[in-house]
Write a protein that binds this ligand. Structure first.
Ligand code: NDP
Length: 254
């Protein structure tokens, strides 16, 4: 039994931002295992090189640039396309978190969240979509969050960036779907990664999480790969501007 041809992405090229660790690294590996040639990315050149080398596959490449620097983004996307050719799939996965009560939230942290979680997705997508629009095809997957639809104390600015990213996804769809692109968001629930280590180690929070989530557990990066492959493949060619929540049912219940 082979996989349905609608899910065939063998030979496609993909750039996954923020794939030196965590969810992005799992995405890079999932796309590689589905037959893609993958460009991994991070800010720290040594870390992303090590992550790419660990996959031990000559279809894995890597680039390093700061997604908050518009000039670096333009150069980095060009470098990625020099390495693997025109990109078929872009996964805008970079994201950071700052937690603090809103009354004490530092201005610099607010700005860093906007630059890293929201503006970066615009900058990278614009650089990649130029070629996709010219070729009349391409898949862009923006990594949002369950927080785009669920407010919790201490993370209002993070939630705001993810809510805006969801709307930016719809706007990209409005602009680029007529040219043949599909642009969707994948919104993970709580996933055990470096980003969430403090919460994973907080027994009270984990108790709340299990009670609040019908699946009654933390998610893993691997839990997200099926949704990413769907949104990267011809199986989702008529899915556009959509946000797919992969959250163990968290948003389905009160
Ligand atoms: P991690 O903190 O584990 O990894 C973040 C990645 O982003 C790293 O590769 C890091 O590179 C890169 N990065 C951060 N800032 C920059 C920058 N300015 N320029 C370039 N690269 C940068 O995060 P996760 O894997 O947990 O999260 C991935 C995405 O999923 C994020 O968008 C996050 O908001 C989202 N998400 C995560 C959830 C979770 O529970 N973990 C839940 C919902 C959404 P480097 O290694 O070089 O620093």
């Amino acid at each position: 039994m082979t996989a349905h041809p609608l899910f065939d992405i063998d030979g496609r090229t993909a750039l996954v931002t923020g794939s030196s660790r965590g969810i992005g690294r799992a995405f890079a590996q999932g796309l590689l295992e589905a037959g893609c040639t993958v460009v991994m990315h991070g800010r720290d050149p040594d870390r992303v090189r090590a992550a790419a080398d660990a996959l031990e596959d000559d279809r894995v490449h890597h680039v390093a640039f700061d997604v908050t620097d518009a000039e670096a983004v333009a150069i980095g996307v060009e470098e990625a396309e020099t390495l693997v050719g025109p990109l078929d799939v872009l996964v805008n996965n970079v994201g950071i978190q700052h937690r603090a009560p809103l009354l004490d939230f530092p201005d610099a942290a607010w700005q860093e969240l906007l630059d890293t979680n929201l503006t970066s997705a615009f900058l990278v997508a614009r650089a990649v979509a130029r070629g996709m629009v010219a070729r009349g095809r391409g898949k862009i997957v923006n990594i949002a969050s369950v927080q785009s639809a669920l407010a919790r104390p201490g993370i209002a600015p993070y939630a705001a960036t993810k809510g805006a990213l969801k709307m930016l996804t719809q706007g990209m769809c409005a602009d680029w779907a007529p040219a043949g692109l599909q642009i969707n968001a994948l919104a993970p629930g709580y996933i055990d990664t470096e980003l969430t280590q403090a919460l994973v180690e907080d027994a009270e929070f984990s108790r709340w999480l299990r009670a609040r989530t019908p699946a009654a557990r933390w998610g893993t990066a691997e839990d997200l790969i099926g949704a990413l492959l769907f949104l990267s493949s011809p199986a989702s060619d008529f899915v556009n501007g959509h946000t797919l929540y992969v959250d163990g049912g968290m948003l389905a219940v009160v």
